[in-house]
Structures are given as structure tokens and as C-alpha cells.
Design a protein around this ligand. Structure first.
Ligand SMILES: C[S@@+](CC[C@H](N)C(=O)[O-])C[C@H]1O[C@@H](n2cnc3c(N)ncnc32)[C@H](O)[C@@H]1O
Length: 268
């Protein structure tokens, strides 16, 4: 990812915002004594916001461009941003072990194949009595999922695009159900596991094709696998597919069908 993509992400993160805002404060309260860690903080909006309520907050992300953007745009004395991988962050920052009272992770864990290791790292970074709030894609996701009625399947089988996408591997790991996620959290040692399946985008209406195209260009990474001269064409095809296949809500507007698992757990 380059820095202009990080800015594009930051400008178009309505889907992320729609995902967590309804739940975050119902599931987790942050107060002035808390030290907060955000796993996969992206461009830093959430951890910056939480730093206003907390004693100190750290956001980390695997992408140096995302962290670069966060460091430039969301500055305060009690928030910092680091580059690290959810899968082995304690190898990079061993002093994070047992250091945080609250951990959040929003829309990041579906990029991580080995969920058990990620959950274990979250557990290990928490203090006793600490809590985490996790939200990421569940098994339905029309932009990124693997099912026959989801966009990646359409693009991968499209006569025009399939040979360009031979090298493309869909690294979106959203297969665990809510119950499987909850089981896994218990397995690594968490207590008080609570969960919900949330459909964040039903109320997030997409009013026109231009708006949809903006989402497609920020979310559909297959576009980068086709030669430059065909990129506007694949963007157009993907946008048209979405326009045709996305459902319509009660107000008659298109929305993006997806579910998100929302989890809260405590380390006793
Ligand atoms: C959809 S963004 C969400 C960012 C942010 N939490 C938000 O709500 O806007 C997903 C983020 O997860 C990061 N990510 C993906 N895999 C990661 C990993 N293994 N370790 C740390 N961050 C990762 C990506 O770089 C990206 O910034």
C-alpha cells in the first residue's frame, strides 16, 4: 500500500465506522486509567479517539503507510503508533506483555489466517482484569468473501479478468462463525466471552453509482493485478456487478451485504 492509498482508505472508511460505532460503547468502556492497544489500527482514527478518554493509547499496524498517515494526522502526547504484525507483535515488542487494560481491534482480524495465535497475543498483551473488544468480518461479505454470490468469485471467473487474476490469492479469512470465534477465545483462556452477529451496512445506504465506485476502488484489491490500461474497465465491471447484485433496503437504497462478528472478552 502506498501513502495515497492510505489517504484514500482514511477518506472512505465509512464502512468501518458503520461497523463499530453501534457496538463499541455498549461493549467496552474506556476511562482515564486505561492503557489501550489497538490491533490493526489503520490510519489511527479509532485509537486517537480512544486516547482522549484513556491515560495512554498505542495503535499498531502491519502497514508502514497506514502508520505514517496516523503519525501525521492523529497526533497527541498520549497516543503513539507502531509497525507490528498481529501474528507476532510480542516478538517485536515483548514489553507489551501484560501491559494493557483494554484492547480493541476493528476490521483487521479477517486479514489474519491464524486466529488462535492472534487471540493468544491479545490475551497475552492484556493485564489481569483487562478486556478486549474485537470486530471483524463474519462469513458474509459481498466485496471480499469467497462465496459464489460474492464479488471475488465473479471477477475470478470472468473471461476478461480470470487470467490476470491467476496470481491473485484472496487472503481474506472470514470463515469462522460467531460460535467458533467465541469457542476459540475461551480456548486461549478468556472469560466472560460475549458475542453478536451484526449487519453493519444495512443502514449504510449507497445512493448512486459514483459512490459505489469509490468504495470499489478503495476495497477491491484485485484491480492492482490487471495492467494499468485495463484498470478503469475492471473497476467499471466490478461496480456494475455490485450495483446489480447488492440488495435494496426498506428505503429503496442499495447496501452492501455483510456480517461482522462482534466480541468482548475478559482476562481474569
Ligand atoms: C480495514 S483496515 C481497518 C483499520 C482500522 N482498524 C479502522 O477501523 O479503520 C485493516 C487494517 O489491518 C491491518 N492489518 C492487516 N493484517 C495485519 C496484521 N497481520 N497485523 C497488523 N495489522 C494488520 C491492515 O494494514 C489495515 O490497516
Amino acid at each position: 500500500m502506498n501513502s495515497s492509498k492510505a489517504s484514500l482508505y482514511s477518506e472512505n472508511r465509512g464502512i468501518q465506522e458503520a461497523g463499530y460505532m453501534n457496538y463499541l460503547h455498549k461493549y467496552l468502556s474506556v476511562n482515564a486509567n486505561d492503557k489501550v492497544l489497538d490491533f490493526g489500527c489503520g490510519t489511527g482514527e479509532l485509537v486517537y479517539r480512544l486516547s482522549k478518554e484513556a491515560n495512554f493509547a498505542i495503535g499498531f499496524d502491519i502497514s508502514k503507510e497506514m502508520i505514517g498517515h496516523a503519525r501525521q494526522k492523529h497526533v497527541d502526547t498520549n497516543v503513539s503508533y507502531e509497525i507490528a504484525d498481529i501474528s507476532n507483535c510480542l516478538e517485536t515488542y515483548p514489553h507489551w506483555k501484560g501491559d494493557f487494560s483494554k484492547i480493541v481491534s476493528v476490521e483487521a482480524l479477517h486479514w489474519v489466517k491464524h486466529k488462535r495465535q492472534a487471540f493468544q497475543n491479545i490475551y497475552d498483551c492484556l493485564r489481569e482484569g483487562g478486556e478486549c473488544f474485537l470486530l471483524y468480518s463474519g462469513p458474509t461479505n459481498q466485496f471480499r468473501g469467497h462465496d459464489v454470490d460474492e464479488l471475488p468469485y465473479y471477477l475470478k471467473n470472468h473471461t476478461k479478468w480470470k487470467h490476470h487474476l491467476e496470481r491473485y490469492k484472496n487472503r481474506f479469512y472470514n470463515e469462522l462463525t460467531l460460535e467458533e470465534n467465541m469457542q476459540l477465545l475461551k480456548l486461549v483462556g478468556f472469560d466472560g466471552v460475549k458475542g453478536d452477529l451484526h449487519t453493519p451496512c444495512e443502514e449504510m445506504e449507497i445512493f448512486n453509482v459514483d459512490e459505489l465506485r469509490r468504495y470499489v476502488s478503495s476495497l477491491v484489491d484485485q484491480i492492482e493485478y490487471v495492467p494499468e490500461q485495463y484498470r478503469s474497465e475492471i473497476l467499471q465491471d466490478a461496480t456494475e456487478w455490485c450495483f446489480k447484485n447488492f440488495p435494496v433496503n426498506n428505503q429503496g437504497n442499495k447496501y452492501f451485504r455483510r456480517d461482522a462478528v462482534v466480541l468482548r472478552a475478559k482476562k481474569n
